[in-house]
Design a protein around this ligand. Structure first.
Ligand code: IYR
Length: 225
């Protein structure tokens, strides 16, 4: 059994000026990230993708259980099977399962059931959440699994952007077919499907904006007069 064994924190202090500069630079960097649906077939070195996944794995997680599995796919046969299954589910969703209000919201983004990017992007990173662990026949549950894997995916997307690549957070629904195609065990549930690569030449994105800061931030509690 592991014991709590404290070690000195490695912490590099910055000057206030340095902090401001780093904070603003990171904001500007993050502002330039966009979800991309039009990919180039230009290959990406596998080592870069692995470094990005290692970055995601630095995330905090409930009781440090690290309840994630990142499956990296570049095999054309697997990508084809994933595309075929995803499109079958998405076609059903767009044509029958999604309510009119949802379809209206998606019209702004111009999405439909065609998912050719699943074959065009050089890599798919399929993220699974590990609901529980099976250690020597003993079932041990993980904690805050959605929060932990969601945070790790945030790190993953930031690392992808930082590496000069683009991605899409794709959620075909339902997506249990990913467990079958990628032969993951029952304790793992597909969480996100993330194509990664370079944008197609002349790729376009929808002209969307982020909410004003005043709408997303509250500072303490305004006095109600
Ligand atoms: N999963 C579908 C639909 C979809 C849903 C949301 I919410 C989006 O922001 C975008 C798409 C699809 O990938 O097309």
């Amino acid at each position: 059994m592991g014991m709590y064994d404290p070690v000195p924190l490695l912490f590099t202090p910055l000057t206030e000026e340095g902090q401001r500069e780093r904070a603003v630079n990171f904001l500007e960097h993050c502002k330039s990230r966009r979800s991309v649906r039009e990919f180039s077939t230009r290959p990406v070195p596998r080592g870069i993708i692995e470094t990005i996944v290692k970055t995601a794995a630095t995330s905090p997680s409930g009781a440090n259980k690290q309840p994630w599995r990142f499956v990296i796919v570049d095999d054309p046969g697997l990508k084809r099977r994933i595309r075929v299954s995803a499109e079958a589910e998405e076609k059903e969703s767009y044509e029958r399962r999604m309510p009119a209000s949802w379809l209206a919201d998606l019209e702004e983004l111009g999405t439909d059931w065609h998912k050719e990017f699943l074959e065009i992007a050089p890599y798919l990173i399929v993220v699974f959440k590990e609901k529980y662990r099976n250690t020597d026949g003993q079932i041990k549950k993980n904690y805050y699994v959605d929060e932990s894997v969601g945070i790790a995916c945030g790190f993953l997307l930031a690392a992808i952007h930082n590496a000069g690549l683009v991605a899409l957070t794709h959620t075909p629904s339902p997506m249990n077919f990913l467990r079958e195609i990628l032969r993951r065990p029952q304790n793992e549930v597909p969480y996100l499907l993330i194509p990664v690569g370079y944008p197609a030449v002349n790729a376009v994105v929808p002209s969307i904006t982020k909410k004003p800061f005043s709408e997303i931030m509250q500072f303490n509690v305004e006095s109600a007069e």
